[in-house]
Ligand binder design. Structure first.
Ligand code: PNS
Length: 162
């Protein structure tokens, strides 16, 4: 069994992310989900702690999947987690352009390689950015996220308007 590191901002985690976790789990047997926490650049809708909690709720009771926060480089966090490989999902060709450069940097730095998995076609349109934007207008994003994330978005947007 190998350990796959799946990094991301996860602001918030959605069903496209979950599919990448499931694909990584199927191929490698164990997954560490790494939620980027950049203390020098606080941004995003959810705090890093909230994003970790929502990712944990989204992965649910899957065996061999853990979730944690990391700062700094994803490849350093992967090495610290004892991961053998980084797994990233690709939706579009523009995803590939940047991901390929990151993968090449990462392998040059540490020897840890990146495997790309294609997103499920029915989930490829989903992005955290659009989820934040759509849900801020009170429109349902229930088909894109775990129910816990849907509730958290409603609460977050309620806090913003109250
Ligand atoms: O969900 P996102 O925002 O597409 O995830 C991007 C993420 C967090 C995976 C990427 O920005 C990242 O790995 N950032 C950490 C810093 C890093 O490792 N940069 C790459 C240097 S080659």
């Amino acid at each position: 069994m190998s350990i796959a590191f799946v990094p991301g901002s996860f602001d918030p985690m959605h069903l496209g992310h979950l599919d990448v976790v499931d694909q990584a789990l199927e191929v490698f047997g164990a997954v560490v989900v790494g939620v980027l926490h950049n203390p020098s650049k606080p941004s995003g809708l959810f705090t890093p702690e909230e994003r970790v909690a929502l990712a944990q709720q989204t992965v649910g009771n899957r065996s061999n999947v853990t979730v944690g926060a990391f700062s700094g480089l994803a490849v350093q966090a992967a090495a610290e987690a004892g991961a053998d490989i980084i797994v990233k999902g690709l939706r579009t060709m523009s995803d590939f352009d940047i991901e390929q450069q990151m993968a090449q940097n990462n392998v040059a730095l540490t020897g840890i390689r990146t495997v790309f998995v294609p997103c499920r076609p029915d989930l490829a349109y989903i992005s955290s950015r659009f989820i934040r934007e759509i849900s801020s207008q009170g429109i349902s994003i229930d088909h894109m996220v775990d129910p816990a994330v849907s509730v958290a978005l409603q609460v977050k947007h309620g806090e913003a308007t109250s």
